[in-house]
Write a protein that binds this ligand. Structure first.
Ligand SMILES: *[C@@H]1O[C@H](CO)[C@@H](O)[C@H](O)[C@H]1NC(C)=O
Ligand SMILES: *[C@@H]1O[C@H](CO)[C@@H](O)[C@H](O)[C@H]1NC(C)=O
Ligand SMILES: *[C@@H]1O[C@H](CO)[C@@H](O)[C@H](O)[C@H]1NC(C)=O
Ligand SMILES: *[C@@H]1O[C@H](CO)[C@@H](O)[C@H](O)[C@H]1NC(C)=O
Ligand SMILES: *[C@@H]1O[C@H](CO)[C@@H](O)[C@H](O)[C@H]1NC(C)=O
Ligand SMILES: [Zn+2]
Length: 438
């Protein structure tokens, strides 16, 4: 009796304390493809014919929408998806890399090979998975071209500066390249990125025929992907997640509204040392020494649709401002109100960067493959929870992160979620046995 009690306690402890969900091995044989279409607003498929997206919903999981992190911008949001960490933790706080001493700024594309912008102590999933014996690759995915703690992604293609965004033939070729990586070179995890529909959304605006046309091109590409998975014999071994980084909203302009235009209210040369403005719905200012209070007091009341915060007062639930790279004054506009600094650029008809609670900033989540339920409509969740889901699907022990498997477990079919539930069931059974024995 005494002996069996001791034994039970040992078993129970082992079951409860180990990283059991990721060591059961049941998911080992499944590969994972993460596809991101930049700037795909949650409802872009609802006013245009998208037969392949519709089939995908029948064949897998569709979330009503998902919420990206704040700031709703490409590099910061993609890095949250691949790391499961809030932006204030991973430090990729903007698309642009900048240096407040040299006053230099680097474009989104120029940052892609710059390890110093991405590698701030938080490991993305590629590296974590590689360290646990998986083979991983990044095809144009933001952050895939950097090194992390001295390690590079096993295979990484970085978008060239002159890369065409909407060449459908090239999109299909990229799918074939990735399929070959899985089948001929046995890669376990690949991230594949496309720069649309973001570009079209910016250039023409989200409520246009042009946007509907690019969504149909994406839909055909989804059809190409599902056919390729079949053709390459990956249907039973490959899980696929299709998502994006943020939505898009129409920029509000004169004379419909009074635009936000900071140079009307402050003299930049007197007060501002460095700024990142004129970049959609969000901006930051580094005041000249001693000028912070003056800038803040002037700007906080200049426009009814402009929110102005000191860094330390920025709402905590954005999980954004804590990082040391964030400048002392933060500004964001209500949806559609771009934060214009020294000039008003009339280029973008659509933009993002706004509050992630705004419905136009929400984005998509689709998933299918051997681990996912079919014809399942999932409730909305935050994109930060994609990371623990990917770890689970790959059988990889996650790094500390801010996501939870709890929000996506319902999407998995019983075989896939079973490996998570099994230890709990065993644990309960042992406890029951223990109680009976006593
Ligand atoms: C990144 O590095 C690769 C390989 O050296 C190079 O081909 C590519 O042009 C670089 N891309 C950018 C955006 O600097
Ligand atoms: C990554 O590390 C390798 C090996 O040290 C180096 O050759 C390469 O230039 C580094 N790449 C980047 C983008 O820092
Ligand atoms: C992938 O990279 C890891 C280091 O991150 C390395 O240990 C491993 O050997 C690489 N695998 C292959 C197949 O190149
Ligand atoms: C599109 O991509 C294909 C395949 O890479 C290439 O052959 C073709 O020239 C490209 N078309 C344009 C218009 O750039
Ligand atoms: C996010 O996760 C990290 C690592 O576990 C933790 O240090 C941090 O406090 C978390 N952030 C929040 C807001 O919970
Ligand atoms: Zn964009």
């Amino acid at each position: 009796m005494q002996k069996s009690l001791a034994l039970n306690v040992i078993i129970l402890t082992a079951v409860a304390s180990g990283p059991v969900p990721w060591e059961e091995g049941q998911e080992r044989s499944h590969k994972l493809l993460l596809v991101s279409f930049d700037g795909f607003r949650w409802n872009y498929d609802q006013d245009v014919d998208t037969p392949n997206f519709d089939n995908l919903a029948k064949d897998g999981v569709k979330a009503k929408y998902i919420t990206p992190p704040f700031v709703t911008m490409t590099s910061p949001s993609h890095f949250t998806t691949i790391s499961g960490r809030w932006i204030e933790d991973h430090g990729v706080i903007h698309n642009m890399m900048f240096n407040t001493e040299t006053l230099r700024k680097y474009s989104h594309k120029a940052t892609q090979n710059k390890t110093e912008w991405w590698d701030n102590g938080v490991l993305p999933l590629w590296i974590t998975a590689q360290n646990q014996g998986k083979k991983t690759a990044s095809f144009h995915y933001p952050g895939g071209g950097a090194n992390y703690s001295g390690q590079s992604v096993n295979r990484s293609l970085v978008e060239a500066f002159d890369h065409p965004d909407a060449n459908e033939t090239e999109w299909q070729e990229n799918i074939d390249i990735v399929m070959n990586w899985f089948t001929q070179e046995d890669f376990d995890f690949v991230t594949l990125y496309y720069g649309e529909p973001d570009n079209v959304g910016h250039k023409f605006g989200p409520e246009t025929e042009n946007r509907k046309v690019i969504i149909q091109q994406i839909d055909r590409t989804i059809g190409y992907l599902t056919a390729a998975i079949e053709k390459y014999g990956l249907k039973d071994t490959l899980n696929v997640i299709i998502t994006s980084d943020h939505g898009m909203t129409t920029v509000k302009k004169n004379p419909d509204v009074e635009e936000i235009f900071l140079a009307k209210h402050i003299k930049f040369s007197d007060l501002v040392k460095f700024d990142i403005l004129d970049y959609g719905g969000f901006g930051m200012i580094l005041p000249k020494p001693g000028k912070e209070e003056e800038i803040y007091q002037v700007l906080k009341n200049v426009h009814p649709h402009l929110k102005v915060y000191k860094k330390e007062e920025f709402p905590e639930d954005f999980h954004y401002a804590k990082h040391e790279r964030v400048l002392p004054i933060l500004l964001y506009g209500d949806p559609g109100y771009s934060v214009n600094g020294r000039l008003i650029l009339y280029i973008n008809k659509g933009d993002h960067g706004f509050d992630n609670k705004d419905s136009d900033m929400k984005t998509i989540f689709r998933a299918f493959g051997p681990s996912f339920k079919k014809d399942y409509l999932a409730e909305p969740f935050d994109s930060i929870h994609i990371y623990p889901l990917m770890c689970h699907l790959l059988g990889v022990q996650p790094e500390p992160n801010n996501g939870s498997l709890e929000f996506t477990l319902d999407m998995l079919n019983s075989a896939a979620s079973g490996c998570f539930l099994l230890p709990i069931i065993v644990g309960v059974a042992i406890v029951a046995h223990l109680v009976v024995s006593i």
